[in-house]
Design a protein around this ligand. Structure first.
Ligand code: TYD
Length: 222
């Protein structure tokens, strides 16, 4: 098993935030930028496209699972994700960029009544801790508007306003006083948001002033 902090060759960067915050677009852009800068980047998302992930996506539209079943499914999905993709990529020295990770389980299953600290502890027995969590913080009311306009659908149960407000609260509480987190203001144009998000990501990868690329970045933090 790979160590939880330090000592591993790669870097684990996670983007979190409520539905409708524009995460997927920002993750795509960040992956492109890092590739252009010469990093080996592996991008992935949770829920994954594996069997557990598919089951979870289906349940969002066809009827929600019980909280116990849902929690179990997210953990199994992540266990598989860590074993098959995340851990091997970190060992190779890649930058792993994730659209959601276990902080989403803390927030989304937390608002269904599951114990937030317990969820974290259960995940951290097997899931590598990130080097950086970029929390895209966004106004839930704007998120709801954006979801209904862009998808042309009625927000699903995950996406109702009061849920999003509660989810956002857990994200912000989790970020509080944790140096791994950067709260990125998600309001503004996609370009403005990307400016902030990419600056935060690059400050992890290029910790020394004047650090010019992946090799320097790696030796600097090695
Ligand atoms: P999302 O990233 O929004 O995927 P898509 O863009 O395909 O809709 O994730 C789907 C939903 O899953 C989202 O509402 C958040 C939820 N979710 C949890 O409830 N717990 C978790 O641990 C994760 C990773 C996601």
């Amino acid at each position: 098993m790979i160590p939880m902090t330090g000592g591993r060759a790669g870097k684990l960067i996670v983007v979190e935030g409520i539905d409708g915050a524009g995460k997927s677009t920002q993750v795509r852009r960040l992956a492109k930028l890092l590739l252009e800068r010469g990093y080996s980047v592996v991008t992935s998302r949770e829920p994954t496209d594996g069997p557990w992930g598919r089951k979870l996506r289906e349940s969002a539209s066809s009827g929600r699972m019980t909280i116990d079943d849902e929690l179990h499914a997210f953990l199994e999905d992540r266990r598989e994700h860590v074993a098959t993709l995340i851990a091997p990529a970190l060992e190779r020295g890649d930058v792993v960029l994730l659209d959601r990770y276990y902080f989403s389980t803390m927030a989304y299953q937390g608002i269904r009544g599951a114990d937030v600290a317990g969820i974290r502890a259960a995940n951290e027995t097997f899931a590598p801790r990130p080097d950086l969590v970029l929390l895209l913080d966004f106004d839930p009311r704007t998120a709801i508007k954006r979801i209904s306009e862009s998808r042309g659908d009625v927000p699903n149960e995950f996406e109702k306003l009061e849920n999003l407000e509660a989810i956002r609260r857990i994200f912000l509480e989790t970020a509080q006083g944790d140096a791994t987190f950067r709260i990125v203001d998600g309001n503004g144009t996609p370009d403005e948001v990307f400016e902030r998000l990419s600056a935060a990501a690059l400050s992890l990868l290029l910790p020394r002033e004047g650090g010019g690329g992946p090799d320097e970045g790696r030796t600097a933090v090695g």
